[in-house]
Write a protein that binds this ligand. Sequence first.
Ligand code: GLN
Length: 190
Amino acid sequence: MKIAILALQGAFAEHEQMFRQLGAETTLIRNLADWRNFMSSPFGGMRGWAIPGGESTAMMRIMKDEGLFEPLRQAILDGLPVLGTCAGLIMLDRNHLGVMDLTARRNAYGRQLGSFNTEGEFAGIGRVPMTFIRAPYIEEAGPEVDILARVDGKAVAARQGNMLVTAFHPELTDDTSIHELFLKMVASGN
Ligand code: GLN
């Protein structure tokens, strides 16, 4: 099993560390050559992709400049399992990669609550720590999207088939349960 992490900018190193801790191989993707290398190797068919937190506007621009936007979009539509955290959630929404049937509201908590830690119920897992950093929430989602967690009534985690997103940063806590859930998705092929 191998997990590729988009490493254009943002918190990719923390994802790498967490996946390795859980026994998965990782590779960092910075350009089209890295992408081709990753996609053409077999890994027993088990591969996944992670988009970290960071700055979605910058990530979007670099992704297009590097020619990664279309290939990634197509691979996700073809079933590549993907985990998106914070800016990664924004990247997967209708207005960016356009693969998930949801709209993210950016910087949704205002200035006072730009960053905060809390704990919340995550469907199928239980209580998990949640670190929010100038985070989005899910403003609207279609019927195919399962909302997995809410904070103050706002949807902050969701799954749609092969795509799992959180508005918070599981990679910045000691709790590995979200990454474990994602590795199970990769192992089961979606
Ligand atoms: N505010 C960032 C954005 O809009 C997301 C913040 C994060 O990923 N920690 O892209």
